[in-house]
Design a protein around this ligand. Sequence first.
Ligand code: ADP
Ligand code: SF4
Length: 687
Amino acid sequence: MARNPRYDVLFEPVRIGPVTAPNRFYQVPHASGMTNALPHVRARFRAVKAEGGWGVVCTGAASIHPSSDDSPLPFASLWDDDDVRAHALMTEAVHAHGALAGIELWHGGACTLNRSSRLPPLSPSGMPWLSTHLGFMGNLKPRRMDAADIRELIDWQRAAARRARAAGFDIVYVYAGMGYLPYEFLLPEYNRRTDAYGGSIENRVRLVRELLEATREAVGERCAVALRISLEELRVRPGRNAESEAHEVVALLSDATDLWDVKMDSSPTDCAPSRFTAEGSHEPVIEFVKKLTTKPVVGVGRFTSPDAMASQVRRGVLDLVGGARPSIADPFLPRKIDEGREHEIRECIGCNVCISSWHDGVPVRCTQNPTAGEEWRRDWHPEHVARTADESAVLIVGGGPAGLECALTLARRGYAVTLAEAQAEFGGRLRFESRLPGLATWRRVIDWRLGRLRELDNVTLLPGNALDPQDVLAAGHAHVVIATGARWTRLGYAANEFPGEEITGARVYTPDDVAAGVVPEGPVLVFDFDNYYLGGAIAEALAATVGEVSYATTAGSASAWTFMTNEQPLVHRALARAGVSIHTLVRVARFDGEAATLADVFTGAERTLPCRSLVVVGVREPRDALYRALEERGAEVAAAGISSLLRAGDVLAPGAIVHAVYGGHRAARELRAGALPDAPYRRDFPA
Ligand code: ADP
Ligand code: SF4
């Protein structure tokens, strides 16, 4: 198909200093959990994006010196020649597809706690960085840099920039964002210096300017020099000579860089979750930059719509459309627009599971793109899957995220696929969950898969078909995949943190009841020890319909695990706005239909909370009756011609949507592929 001329503007080349980006699609540096110990995993992960049409592909932040050590979070380094070899794998792979390769040279300053290197962290004035995530805080405070330290830092940047050039990078960054060292120099609360690097805004930008100069000196005319800078905080500070300090910084450094890469200051605003923040949320902060510089500007905003992208360019907000999450969810986003297939873009849902992988210290995972991080380890390509020689029929039972993904991938392999779903609508748990406050974007998981399935002629979709064992035996498919999901239980939480007994009695509900349309009688207590999004989202939804709602959790905060996805502070804000009262570090010891007895998880001290209904969001169990019945009837299954009977998704192990999609994909990839169940993946080795 031909490209829509409306999007031609996105395919114009853009000059960045001495190099030229072939189009405006710019994959900005983003964490991927791929350290120098995973050089092949990293090279393939980035190369696939270049193959998918991103004109510039950057690697994640690379530490310039052991005094910038983020462990246990995974980080890359560019400290010596071994590191050069590790990164060169990535630049070669990216160049092979005609894209430019960029590297964000990084010093974390007081933000990094140097847990591995054990060097005292560096800072402008000895101020510890406000750690966003309690779990990553340490007890070592940074030391104040003296003039010799500043000279050394600039030398480290220069040396790292030379290595970056040697590794084949085309764009080399100075990174003054997100709490890291050069950024700390920009803010007077962290920079209390009285020398030439502190005080006036001219003095506070001096370090950034000198880092840019040292970088340019090192890379010469071979590479472009880029500045990545966080502008949110500076933008709200009135300037002496301009509207804000952000305006002053951009004006002062306007020509010192070949490219402005502009962003927010903290992960929750920079990488904002869709539950609380819409696409394009950076614009009000960064829209002024292009007015103050002649250099190209790149920025992000979870852009997945080509119209939104083209509009940013046409309105003079951005020259290059930055993508991190959209490029993870669909590495082929630019190619699809170029080929007039924009409806095929697998749009990021803004769930931030990818961020949680970084917090977990593992290679990136993505809810929408199960191949992310597996390009080299398992040789999974996001667009291609090995065709099967065996065109036999496959029956998939259950059309939730796992079943839909499994069906689509099997159909692409060439199997004749039948997907049966008990309900009239496909989508499984997302049918309900995507109707909860803020979660509509998550429906993309269903819509994208159903859209693609409907385009294929080797797929039969059977909504409204609840299958029993006899139906499966009679259907006569060669392969059967059971993806029937999981159900929520009424199990409670015992005093010793062990699984509790079932909470029984009138008006004790689970999310499945609420999903089925039960409207609990108020006041309602939501008791959450699942601790991801659902308990908080149900409390918020019920507050709008039922009225008085309380939320109790065994954890120290509401939806505690969502600190991994940048959502947690926003969950608290949403619950407060909805008038939901929050009770933390308690379990429900008893409920008699009139009141719940809450027991402190540490002391056991009890208190009573009047409520007429209790919604328990705790433990799920597989909905596996169908699978078990078939397993028990092994001889009949064989006689029916069924040669493989698999489970995928929550029916195997209840998890988040990311796990279900991945499980469905893996089952489809490995069906008859000769891979043993749980075969080891390819393990990487240092370059
Ligand atoms: P997952 O996240 O693993 O995909 P879900 O719970 O989201 O699991 O989806 C499972 C789907 O399976 C639900 O839509 C449910 O209606 C469907 N289902 C469960 N049992 C049957 C059955 N016997 N026949 C057809 N569909 C079923
Ligand atoms: Fe987007 Fe979620 Fe994938 Fe991250 S994990 S790229 S937020 S869909």
